[in-house]
Design a protein around this ligand. Sequence first.
Ligand code: AMP
Ligand code: MG
Ligand code: MG
Length: 307
Amino acid sequence: MAQSASLLSRIVASSISATVLAGKMIRDVMSHGGLNIVEKGKNDLQTEADRCAQRCIIASLSRQFPNITIIGEEESSDCDVPSDWVVTEADQEVLKLKLPADLENIDPKDVCVWVDPLDGTSEYTQGLVEHVTVLVGVAIGQKAVGGIIHQPYYKDTESGMLGRTLWGINGVGFGGFTPITPPPGKRIVTTTRSHSDSNVQAAISALQPDEVLRVGGAGYKVVLLLEGKAHAYVFASKGCKRWDTCAPEAILCAAGGTLTDFYGEHYPYHAETTYANSRGVLATAPSEIHQWYLDHIPQKVKQQLEQ
Ligand code: AMP
Ligand code: MG
Ligand code: MG
């Protein structure tokens, strides 16, 4: 690996490679059966694929970057990880990026990496595999700066190959996808398909959408914003966590979009922060006026998130 590349570029480049292997593991667990589902809480599942993918990503990153903080969704130990689960490759395009001065020399102590090894577990267990993503978000201080969204089941129409990796570094660039503007003159809202409640519904109704796309995972919903399939991702619930939104927020911002809570505030992503995105998640495509959505959310919906 080019040691001359900056720490941020090296973390993002290595994360890209780690998510590709994690994605293969997710496909392998599904094709071999034996999901070994554990119920972590109400409406909150973990499978063998979540566990393996997390061990792969955390072992790969912690060995290369021992001085940064890495927080994963699943409880796991990176001891005794098989050597072929430890990725040492890195994306060459990202290693070559020229970063602005403020991102060039960051202190490893200021870096917190948020790992969601399998986002959309409910959908994965139900066979809705296209909703599944692997998420690695890189925060510097409080800010989500770098993000990787890997889609293990994305099928390239020409080659038929499975897997696609989208990445972005806020203020620097993005890759792995071409942003598409959602249809003008329409409002398509995407939201949860497995964690809905009356407050989630009230927020959506207030926006008077032409269409509502109920899909799994924070990663996949932000992919829909980037692909021009939806204008906004609206989730007026406390259930989402920092590992769900760090990577999507960084990529969306890099492409010109916005992700905040229901008060328009960015969540902080430093290592000492709380995990719950308790003031909801509102994300808008690059073409949208984020403030319009904030202004149209009823006060009652916002107050519900405060309780
Ligand atoms: P969804 O849009 O329902 O797929 O949720 C996006 C992410 O937030 C997924 O990783 C979910 O597991 C998580 N999430 C949302 N609501 C809850 C909840 N009530 N309990 C646990 N996890 C949740
Ligand atoms: Mg998740
Ligand atoms: Mg997960």
